[in-house]
Design a protein around this ligand. Structure first.
Ligand code: GLP
Length: 243
């Protein structure tokens, strides 16, 4: 695993954007696996700036997102479809018909089938990841068993706690979500994780030690042959990571 130490959030955003830019320039028709959450927002802003000011071209790029809440329509301001539109897609020259975020309302079984069919025929060039405080990836929550393909998850209380800051109250946070499975994530050609915020426990398990632990799904990243982690210096120092 390659670990990049960033001086601060903005520096991390630029360094992560460098990797995405390199892939988009080398392969203009690449497929990006994208993530939501506050960690990648700065990178999305930087990519939008490079599109606007430096001609970084997304016109042939496709994307697929990690996850979506069950119960929120794509027009809901806390849905991940809405997040992607407002944080990235509306600001770059990507064709929205080439972007896929699973649907969280309607026939959930049918939505999952569609999600899996799309993942089965998609070769993700790079998967962007944040990490939950409990080590979840997408919405793959800690447990004795992790899943290969896209599936529905019941969210841990700690996940609902962590995500309630985006909602009016904790009761408004959906309790279920559709997510890519760990297999889908691990089959991406490259992984790019941005660790930001209070993620001491997950960062320690990921970066220090040698365990692959289903009770901390992000540790599976250690097994990927082309994984990059961007972490802020402050957090790296807090957990005693020395490289
Ligand atoms: C949600 C998303 C995850 C994301 C996590 C961390 O739970 N499903 O994919 O990694 O939030 O979010 P943040 O970057 O805001 O800490």
């Amino acid at each position: 695993m390659k670990v990049i130490i960033a001086e601060n959030y903005e520096d991390g955003a630029r360094k992560a954007a460098d990797l995405i830019e390199q892939i988009v320039r080398e392969k203009p028709d690449c497929t990006l696996g994208l993530a939501t959450g506050s960690s990648p927002v700065g990178m999305y802003q930087e990519l939008a700036r490079r599109c606007r000011e430096e001609g970084l071209d997304f016109s042939r790029v496709h994307s697929v997102n990690l996850d979506e809440y069950v119960g929120l329509d794509g027009t809901h301001d806390q849905s991940y479809r809405y997040f992607m539109n407002t944080n990235l897609f509306d600001h770059i020259n990507i064709d929205k018909n080439h972007t896929y975020v699973a649907k969280g309302t309607g026939d959930i079984e049918a939505n999952l089938k569609e999600f899996n069919e799309i993942l089965d025929r998609t070769d993700i060039d790079i998967q962007v990841l944040g990490v939950g405080p409990d080590g979840h990836l997408g919405f793959n929550e800690p447990g004795d068993t992790l899943y290969d393909g896209a599936h529905e998850e019941t969210l841990e209380d700690s996940t609902i706690e962590a995500n309630k800051r985006f909602f009016a109250s904790k009761e408004d946070v959906p309790t279920r979500a559709l997510t890519m499975g760990m297999g889908n994530i691990m089959r991406a050609r490259r992984l790019l994780m941005i660790i930001s915020g209070n993620k001491q426990e997950a960062a320690t398990k990921l970066l220090i030690g040698n365990k692959i632990d289903p009770h901390c799904p992000c540790t599976f990243m250690r097994m990927h042959r082309d994984a990059t982690v961007v972490i802020e210096r402050k957090l790296a120092e807090e957990i005693g990571y020395r490289g």
